[in-house]
Design a protein around this ligand. Structure first.
Ligand SMILES: C[S@@+](CC[C@H](N)C(=O)[O-])C[C@H]1O[C@@H](n2cnc3c(N)ncnc32)[C@H](O)[C@@H]1O
Ligand code: SF4
Length: 377
């Protein structure tokens, strides 16, 4: 029995944040109802009673925009059509300002055991500047309610490199969040995506970003403060208390299989990467007509060589790096010989360090992480 992850995409947001290019819409209630019906059809159609589901991740968009009954129904459908382990990690993404106590209680009752709350910054002025719908105080209410109803595994999303963000802002955000003691913190560097309002605002010089040097200083300051408070930096953008690494994401970085349901959701199975259509109309129509398969496009059929390369790239995202023995076990090849030339080049540039057991990023490599991926490919 293979291990399997399930991702469910909920493509609705109250308002689009200026930096975000995730597939999400500010749709009407009737469109949402239609989508949830289509989603249930897809979950049923893909039925799998062979593999062992160890993680479920309900992401978006803003899944907490959905009625609690819709989320309950989706989880029931998954449990009816797949073998979900009793101890499975079940996460839902939550946006402050879209949940109340009753919703959080319903999540808990439905078996959700991990919350991921999008905050980005503790400074209200900054939140407004990036188009967030909530204040820091509203986030605090959401966090405290989540604790009150009994959530014991909470992630908070933060961002660095935001327009006009200062080192002091980062220090303040980190100090305040550490005091709350969440089990997991994701710290993302702002990426300027094409065709987003923030890109336009930058072009028109209505906002300015911190320099690359300041952005890197922010990263290292945040990293050090979090590590001093017993958060383990286990992936480029992720920190967790001992035992609280995100299982769902870790499995993706370890190249384990997952099924994605919903518009634009990705799947990885049998050495193939699939992607669902990003047109919500097409997605709903195909499911309504019993043609769920038509929503899927094969993005990649991997050769063994491609699989090995991808495993290396994904593995380097994690601070513990690539375990040479694990690689040998999976691919019956030694990565130290197989990638001899690439590794030597990266070692010379001090971007990675290599010994007989492990291949991992150096501090310089962490700073140049994006560059490393490109050099590898
Ligand atoms: C799907 S959203 C999380 C849930 C919810 N929609 C919210 O925003 O609160 C996932 C996270 O990705 C990060 N993110 C989104 N767009 C980003 C970008 N352009 N650059 C860096 N991080 C980004 C944000 O931290 C966000 O919380
Ligand atoms: S960051 Fe979250 S809330 Fe904002 S638009 Fe993207 S998915 Fe929606």
């Amino acid at each position: 029995m293979k291990e399997l992850g399930i991702y469910v995409h909920i493509p609705f947001c109250k308002q689009k944040c200026y930096y975000c290019d995730f597939v999400s819409y500010t749709s009407k209630e009737t469109e949402k109802e239609r989508y949830f019906k289509a989603l249930q059809k897809e979950i049923e159609t893909q039925k799998n009673e062979i593999d062992r589901v160890t993680t479920i991740y309900i992401g978006g968009g803003t899944p907490s925009m959905a009625n609690k009954e819709e989320i309950q129904k989706i989880l029931d459908m998954i449990k009816q059509n797949y073998i979900v382990e009793k101890e499975a990690e079940i996460t839902i993404e939550v946006n402050p300002g879209t949940v109340d106590e009753a919703k959080l209680e319903a999540y808990k009752k439905a078996g959700i055991n991990r919350l991921s709350i999008g905050l980005q910054s503790t400074k209200n002025e900054l939140l407004k500047k990036i188009g967030r719908i909530h204040t820091y105080e509203e986030f605090l209410t959401c966090y405290q309610l989540a604790r009150k109803v009994g959530f014991k595994n909470i992630n908070i999303d933060l961002m660095l490199g935001l327009p006009n963000q200062t080192l002091r802002d980062i220090e303040e955000s980190v100090e305040k969040i550490i005091k709350l003691n969440p089990e997991h913190i994701s710290f993302y560097s702002l990426i300027i995506e094409e065709n987003t309002p923030i890109e336009k605002m930058l072009e028109e010089k209505r906002i300015a970003l911190p320099s690359e040097e300041i952005e890197r200083t922010m990263y290292w300051k945040a990293k050090k403060a979090l590590e001093r408070s017993d958060y383990i930096h286990y992936e480029i953008s992720n920190f967790a208390k001992q035992g609280y690494n995100s299982k769902h994401n870790t499995n993706c970085w370890k190249q384990k299989e997952y099924l994605g349901f919903g518009v634009s959701a990705h799947s990885y199975q049998n050495k193939k990467r699939y992607c669902n259509t990003s047109s919500i109309i097409e997605y709903c129509q195909n499911n309504e007509e019993g043609k769920s398969q038509n929503n899927q496009v094969i993005c990649e059929i991997q050769t063994e060589e491609e699989r090995r390369k991808e495993y290396m790239l994904l593995g380097l995202r994690m601070l513990e790096g690539i375990d040479v023995q694990e690689f040998k076990h999976k691919f019956i090849q030694n990565p130290l010989y197989l990638f001899h030339q690439e590794l030597e080049k990266l070692v010379k540039e001090e971007l990675i360090e290599v010994d007989l057991n492990q291949i991992k990023l150096t501090n310089k490599g962490l700073d140049f992480a994006n560059l490393v991926w490109e050099q590898f490919i």
